[in-house]
Design a binder for this molecule. Structure first.
Ligand SMILES: Cc1cc2nc3c(=O)[nH]c(=O)nc-3n(C[C@H](O)[C@H](O)[C@H](O)COP(=O)(O)O)c2cc1C
Length: 368
C-alpha cells in the first residue's frame, strides 16, 4: 500500500510542514540542571535533516518550583536553559525542520529513583497522583493562577525564540490530566466538578493564557490521553458525547490541533466504529488531529519501559486510515528515537534498512 498521503505538505498558521510525520515528544533526561546541551541540539538537528515534518520536543517544564521530578529534564525558563533551546531551534531550522516545545508541569509525582527532589513539595489539584497515593500539596487559587501564567510565559518564550508552534502537555496523568480525572481532582471550587466538562476549567484557562501570550497566528497543540501510566485502561470519556463535552471547551479556548495519545493507534475508541481517538476527535470537533501509538512497530511503548524490543511493522493500516481522512498528522516515537533517518527510509522505500527499537537506544542520544 502507498504511503503517499503521509508525504503531503500541511499548512496551519505558523506551520508549513513538508510531510505529515511528527516526532513524538520523548523525555530523554540528557539536560543536566535543566539546560539542553549541544548534544541535545545535535540530536534534534539530525531528525530535522532526516526529513521529519514536525519535531515536538521532549517534555520541558514550566517555571514552577516543583514542575519536575528529575534534575536532568530540561527547563523552559531561565536564561541558561532558554539559550540551550535557542541553539536547538536554530539547528533544527538549519536542518530544514520545524519544531515546537512540549511545555509540561508534572503535577503530583512519585519521587524519582535518583533521589533528587524539587525544593518544594509537588503540587496538584488535590495532592493525589492516583487514588490513594498522595505526595504533595493541594494547589491554592494563587498557585493555580501562577501556574497558568507560567504556561503562558513558556509559550511566549517559544515564540520569541523562533519555534514554529507549542504543545501543551495535557496527557498521561500529569498536572493538566490530574485536573481532568475525577480520581485526582476532588476540588469543590470552579476547577473541580462532577462532570468531565467542568474539570476542563484548568486546561481552558491555560489555553486562553497561552493564546493571549502568543497571539492568534501561532499554532497551539494540546496533547491528551484517555489512559494514564497508573491506569492503562482508563477512559476519561466513555462515550462520544462525553468526549465532545471534553474537547469542545478546549477548542473554544483556542487550541488549533488535538494530539490524541494512544498506545496502539489501530485500537477503536468506542464500540460500534473502528475510529480511533484521533478519528473521533476530528469527527467531533472538525479540528486537525495527530494520531500516535506503535506506528511502524510491533510492540507498544509501555513494553519499551519494561525493556522490550520492537520490530518494524507495516504502515498499511495507518495509510488506510490516513487516506480515509481520519486524522491529519502522525506522530512517531521510538522509531525516531532509535533512527534519525526513519522518515527518509520510509519515503524512499528502504524498508529493509529500518532498525526497529531496542532498549539500548534509550540509554543514549542516537545520532545515526
Ligand atoms: C522514552 C520515552 C519518553 C517519552 N516521553 C514523553 C514525554 O515527555 N511527553 C509525552 O507526551 N509523551 C512521552 N512519551 C510517549 C511518546 O510521545 C509516544 O506517545 C509513545 O512512545 C508512543 O509512540 P511510539 O509507539 O511511536 O513510541 C515517551 C515515550 C518514550 C518511549
Amino acid at each position: 500500500m502507498s504511503t503517499e498521503s503521509l508525504f503531503k505538505p500541511f499548512q496551519l498558521k505558523t506551520l508549513n510542514l513538508r510531510n505529515r510525520l511528527v516526532m513524538a515528544p520523548m523525555t530523554r533526561s540528557f539536560s543536566p540542571g535543566g539546560v539542553p546541551t549541544p548534544e541535545v541540539a545535535a540530536y534534534y538537528q539530525k531528525r530535522a535533516e532526516g526529513e521529519v515534518g514536525l519535531i515536538l520536543s521532549e517534555g520541558t517544564v514550566i517555571d514552577r518550583p516543583s514542575s519536575s521530578n528529575d534534575a536532568n529534564i530540561p527547563h523552559f525558563y531561565g536564561q541558561e536553559a532558554l539559550a540551550g533551546w535557542q541553539q536547538v531551534i536554530d539547528q533544527v531550522h538549519a536542518g530544514g525542520g520545524q519544531m515546537g516545545p512540549q511545555i509540561w508541569h508534572m503535577g503530583i509525582m512519585d519521587n524519582h529513583h535518583s533521589g533528587w527532589v524539587p525544593p518544594v513539595p509537588f503540587e496538584g489539584p488535590s495532592g493525589l497522583n492516583r487514588p490513594g497515593f498522595s505526595n504533595g500539596s493541594t494547589m491554592t487559587q494563587e498557585d493555580i493562577e501562577n501556574t497558568i501564567l507560567a504556561f503562558g510565559q513558556a509559550a511566549a518564550s517559544a515564540k520569541k525564540a523562533g519555534f514554529d508552534c507549542v504543545e501543551i502537555h495535557g496527557a498521561h496523568g500529569y498536572l493538566i490530566d490530574q485536573f481532568f480525572w475525577e480520581s485526582t481532582n476532588l476540588r469543590t471550587d470552579v476547577y473541580g466538578g462532577k462532570t468531565l466538562a467542568e474539570r476542563t476549567r484548568f486546561a481552558t484557562d491555560v489555553i486562553r493564557e497561552v493564546r493571549r501570550q502568543v497571539g492568534d497566528d501561532f499554532a497551539v497543540i494540546i496533547r491528551l490521553s484517555q489512559f494514564k501510566p497508573s491506569a492503562y485502561t482508563n477512559k476519561l470519556a466513555t462515550t462520544p458525547q462525553e468526549m465532545d463535552s471534553w474537547l469542545q471547551p478546549l477548542v473554544e479556548a483556542g487550541v488549533d490541533i488535538l494530539h490524541c495519545s494512544q498506545r496502539r493507534f489501530w485500537e477503536p475508541e468506542f464500540e460500534g466504529s473502528d475510529l480511533n481517538f484521533a478519528g473521533w476527535a476530528k469527527k467531533l470537533t472538525g479540528k486537525p488531529t495527530i494520531t500516535v501509538g506503535s506506528v511502524g512497530l510491533t510492540g507498544d511503548f509501555f513494553g519499551a519501559f519494561a525493556g522490550e524490543s520492537s520490530q518494524p511493522s507495516s504502515l498499511d493500516e495507518l495509510s488506510r486510515r490516513m487516506d480515509r481522512g481520519d486524522f491529519d498528522l502522525v506522530a512517531v516515537g521510538r522509531p525516531l528515537l532509535a533512527d534519525p533517518n526513519w522518515v527518509t527510509k520510509i519515503k524512499t522505500g528502504r524498508t529493509s534498512e529500518l532498525k526497529g527499537f531496542t532498549k539500548e537506544a534509550l540509554g543514549e542520544l542516537v545520532m545515526d
